[in-house]
Design a protein around this ligand. Structure first.
Ligand code: AMP
Ligand code: MN
Ligand code: MN
Length: 309
C-alpha cells in the first residue's frame, strides 16, 4: 500500500505524544523523499506540543482543517481507535484505503489493513520494522523521530524487552544525541511546574480499600492549577503519582472544560487498566490507559472506583 500510493495522509492521535508524532513524521519524511505528496496532521489541539518542535519533518505538519479529503491512502499511527483521530476520523472514509499502524492492546482494527503489534514497545518500533521490510535506509533524521517514540513510550527504557536496547543502539549509531532528545522531550519544564506539582501532589488522595483492597491513589489537576503551563507539565504528573507503593492503580484527573476531564490510569501488575478504561469509553495498554469523563470531580472518582471494583 505504501509503495503504490500516489498521495498519502498520515494521521496522529489527538493530544499527540512523541510516539504518534515521531511515527507520523518518520513515515511522512520517507514518503516525501520518494516524491509522494504527503500531509501529516492531528485533530486537536491546534498546535504541536513545544517539546516536539525540533523533530525532523515538522514542516510536513498541516493544520487539521487543511487536510485533503481525497487521497489514495490514509495511514494512522499510534491510534487505537477511530475516536482517537477526533474530527479527522472522517478522512478514513474519503480515502481509497486506510492503513492502521499501532501497538495498542485495545486497537479496534479500523483500517482496511491493520499492522498492530501489541508486543512492540512503541509505534516507532513497528515503523522501524516496516522501513526495514521496505528497504529504507534509516538516517539520523529518521532515527531522531523513531528514538523520540521509543524513549518516551518505554519510560526512558524502563519498560523494555529483549531487543529494545538493540533498537536504541541502532538508532543512536546514526549519530543522534539521545541525551538531548530525551531532555527536550521529558526533562524540561518551566519553573511554574514546581508550584503546580506542590498544590496538585499536596492534595493527592490514597484510597486503600479501592481495587479490591489493592489501593487507588489519585490527584486532580484543575484548570486553575495548570494556567500558563503546557501539556508537558500536565502529563508529567501521572509519572510521580504512579510511584505510590500503597496503590496498585494510580489516576490523574485533568480538567479540560468545566465538567470535562481526561483521566490517565496506570497500574503496576495485577490490574489491566486498558480493560477498565474500555468500560469507560477509553482504551490503552495493560499498564497505561486513559478515558474522557464528564461531571464533577467526585462524580468521576466514583465512576472510576466503581469500575475498578
Ligand atoms: P495517557 O495517560 O494520556 O498517557 O494515556 C495512556 C495510554 O492510554 C496511551 O496509550 C493512550 O493512547 C491511551 N489513552 C488515553 N486516553 C485515551 C482515550 N480517551 N481513549 C483511548 N485510549 C486512550
Ligand atoms: Mn500515543
Ligand atoms: Mn505509543
Amino acid at each position: 500500500m505504501l509503495d503504490t500510493a500516489q498521495s498519502v495522509t498520515v494521521l496522529c492521535h489527538v493530544h499527540p505524544d512523541a510516539d504518534t508524532i515521531g511515527s507520523g513524521l518518520a513515515l511522512g519524511l520517507v514518503l516525501h523523499r520518494r516524491g509522494v505528496p504527503v500531509q501529516v496532521s492531528f485533530a486537536a489541539p491546534d498546535s504541536l506540543p513545544e517539546s516536539m518542535n525540533e523533530l525532523p519533518g515538522c514542516e510536513l505538519l498541516v493544520p487539521s482543517d487543511e487536510v485533503r479529503s481525497q487521497v489514495d491512502l490514509v495511514v494512522t499511527v499510534d491510534a487505537g481507535s477511530r475516536e482517537r483521530l477526533g474530527s479527522l476520523a472522517s478522512r478514513i472514509d474519503s480515502a481509497r484505503a486506510s492503513l492502521v499502524i499501532d501497538h495498542h492492546r485495545s486497537n479496534t482494527r479500523f483500517g482496511s489493513l491493520n499492522v498492530v503489534d501489541v508486543d512492540a514497545e512503541s509505534t516507532t518500533a513497528v515503523i522501524t520494522r516496516l522501513l526495514d521490510l521496505w528497504n529504507v535506509d534509516i538516517d539520523s533524521e529518521l532515527a531522531h523521530c523513531l528514538f523520540a517514540g521509543l524513549v518516551t513510550d518505554t519510560g526512558s527504557f524502563r519498560w523494555v524487552r529483549p531487543g529494545s536496547h538493540l533498537l536504541a543502539e541502532r538508532l543512536l549509531a546514526t549519530g543522534i544525541d539521545g541525551g538531548a532528545i530525551a531532555r527536550k522531550l521529558l526533562d524540561s519544564h518551566p519553573f511554574g511546574w514546581l508550584p503546580m506539582l506542590g498544590s496538585v501532589l499536596g492534595s493527592a488522595t490514597l484510597v486503600p480499600d479501592a481495587v479490591g483492597g489493592r489501593g487507588l491513589v489519585y490527584a486532580a489537576i484543575l484548570r486553575e492549577n495548570s494556567e500558563g503551563l503546557r501539556s508537558e507539565e500536565i502529563e508529567s504528573v501521572i509519572d510521580i503519582v504512579r510511584t505510590t507503593t500503597e496503590a496498585e492503580v494510580a489516576a490523574v484527573l485533568k480538567q479540560q472544560a468545566g465538567d470535562e476531564w481526561t483521566v490517565s490510569l496506570r497500574s503496576k501488575a495485577s490490574v489491566d487498566v486498558s480493560a477498565v478504561a474500555a468500560t469507560l469509553g477509553g482504551g490503552g495498554h495493560r499498564n497505561a490507559a486513559g478515558f474522557t469523563a464528564f461531571g464533577s470531580k467526585s462524580d468521576v472518582i466514583e465512576t472510576l472506583t466503581d469500575a475498578l471494583g
